[in-house]
Design a protein around this ligand. Structure first.
Ligand SMILES: Cc1cc2nc3c(=O)[nH]c(=O)nc-3n(C[C@H](O)[C@H](O)[C@H](O)COP(=O)(O)OP(=O)(O)OC[C@H]3O[C@@H](n4cnc5c(N)ncnc54)[C@H](O)[C@@H]3O)c2cc1C
Length: 474
């Protein structure tokens, strides 16, 4: 059988998935119509939110665990790279097949197998969007708490593989805190089951935790058992302006001493405020050097009391023009400002390098002040916003993509920002992961012995290095 040879990003020879015998076998597994090779149709599967293009040789759409097993056995036999893909809205190129091979689209794996309101779990396939799952359980009065801002496009499989965060993290944690068990197909085509249906489970190593954030490098998730909570009766949102970003960020630690645990605490700096106002005319004050948005949930009485306390605490700590939503519509409007930031920042340039560093939240004021200094030192525009309540700041260096010198200066700012985050007790990514985009910076945050253990784990799960090669480790 003819198989052409190419070399992957580590210089290792692999056979190509596009040889006719392999394609025929893939079609036999998933059906003719579920193997796409038309260059125009595979092109969108070669990029994610990073928007750099590495088209795969083929996109394959299985619908069951059994089909996934057959695909991975075939890939291992012929040694072609396999990259799992969810919604394709990752920010670090995780789903991008930089070494070619096939992309496995999980779009057909959308079954909800069980919603159990007594035992508070849902079992589902990985191809549902976060929003679809949230809606399905909400219809039974239940909450799936993780809520990345990309929830309408991101898939449950992608959320687990990136260990996605979101707005509600200060109270509810990140995706891994809501994953009870997983079914995973390993690189050699074996099915493993991790965890189970119970909140407590200490039998053996925590492979469920290991899979969360594993970026499609250890196995492909084919089923997830996820934790549910009762849907809170009420929510309330307060928004306030501040005369400085530092003042807004200093409020973050003022709520807990009064017994409050807000579900969300988001900040945006003056550049974000100006960009959002120019684009969407929300009527934001020109005096606002920063905006803080704080939300609480719980019983109606508890929420009303907490919201009043939050207004008072913000007022006592330099907040002004304090607004509290009275209706769901008003609440959505307060949040619209936050949702509008990312696209609005493109007014400052044609290339936005968006990082998501994280530090202990008491260090956020120092982090943002020193990032501004880094930007000034390298004559590079920077705007900061994000999930400040859990210390996770989205740092945006915005430049003209055709100005090579400006791009190089922005890359230097990124490097210094990563070093700063580690110095302040944090790390280089809070929720977007590493992919290929941040692989070169892994040793800023992880020491050599720990990195070696991670590489060893990768080898155990994927001895031939076919799963998502070129990611996380350089
Ligand atoms: C506008 C916007 C807002 C965002 N907001 C947030 C936010 O608030 N919080 C946050 O955390 N992130 C956010 N993100 C980043 C991104 O949406 C998340 O990382 C999300 O979890 C990616 O999901 P996805 O389905 O698109 O995954 P993809 O991009 O398709 O894949 C991501 C990784 O998961 C792997 N993968 C996918 N499916 C599987 C599977 N079944 N088994 C094993 N591995 C798999 C892929 O190989 C890849 O490595 C945002 C992105 C955008 C564009």
């Amino acid at each position: 059988m003819f198989e052409s040879i190419h070399f992957n990003s580590k210089g290792r020879a692999t056979t190509t998935a596009s040889n006719p015998a392999v394609l025929a076998k893939l079609r036999g597994i998933v059906g003719e119509e579920n193997v796409v090779i038309d260059p125009e149709k595979v092109e969108p599967y070669g990029a994610d939110a990073v928007k750099e293009k590495f088209p795969p040789e083929a996109v394959v759409f299985p619908e069951s665990t059994a089909q996934m097993v057959e695909i991975l056995k075939l890939a291992n036999e012929h040694l072609f790279p396999v990259t799992a893909r969810g919604g394709g809205v990752g920010y670090t190129g995780g789903a991008v097949p930089i070494d070619g091979g096939i992309v496995i689209g999980t779009d057909r794996m959308k079954k909800i197998i069980e919603i159990n309101a007594d035992d508070l779990y849902v079992i589902c396939q990985p191809g549902l969007t976060t929003f679809e799952l949230q809606q399905a359980v909400a219809a039974q009065g239940l909450l799936f708490a993780p809520d990345p801002a990309s929830y309408k496009d991101s898939f449950i499989g992608g959320n687990i593989a990136e260990n996605a965060g979101g707005m509600r993290t200060p109270k509810y944690g990140v995706t891994k805190h809501h994953v009870l068990g997983l079914e995973v197909v390993t690189a050699i085509g074996e099915v493993i089951r991790t965890g189970g249906k119970t909140v407590k489970n200490v039998v053996g190593f925590d492979l469920t935790g290991l899979m969360c954030g594993s970026e499609g490098m250890l196995g492909i998730i084919t089923e997830a058992t996820l934790k549910l909570l009762p849907m809170p009766e009420a929510t309330s949102t307060v928004r306030a302006n501040f005369h400085s970003m530092e003042a807004a960020c200093k409020v973050l630690t003022k709520f807990t001493p009064e017994g409050l645990l807000p579900m969300a605490m988001e900040v945006l700096d003056k550049y974000c405020v100006a960009a959002v106002e120019e684009n969407f005319a929300f009527g934001l004050s020109k005096d606002a050097e920063a905006i803080l948005i704080v939300a609480v949930d719980g019983s109606t009485e508890e929420v009303a009391r907490s919201a009043q306390m939050i207004e008072r605490i913000i007022g006592e700590n330099g907040g002004f023009d304090i607004l509290r939503a009275k209706t769901k519509e008003e609440e959505d409007k307060l949040w619209d400002v936050r949702r509008a930031i990312s696209p609005s920042l493109m007014k400052y340039g044609t290339l936005k390098i968006n990082e998501d560093v994280v530090v202990p939240r008491s260090k956020v004021p120092e982090l943002v002040a020193r990032i501004e200094q880094i930007g000034r030192r390298h004559d590079t525009f920077v705007a900061n916003f994000g999930h400040a309540g859990d210390g996770n700041i989205h740092v945006n260096f915005v430049v003209d993509r055709d100005d090579a010198d400006a791009v190089a200066r922005a890359r230097q700012c990124v490097s210094e920002t990563f070093q700063l985050s580690v110095e302040l007790g944090g790390t280089i990514s809070g929720e977007h992961g590493i992919g290929y985009v941040k692989a070169q910076y892994m040793d800023y945050a992880i020491d050599r012995p720990t990195l070696e253990i991670m590489k060893g784990i990768k080898k155990v799960f994927d001895p031939n290095g076919i799963l998502n090669p070129g990611k996380m480790f350089v």
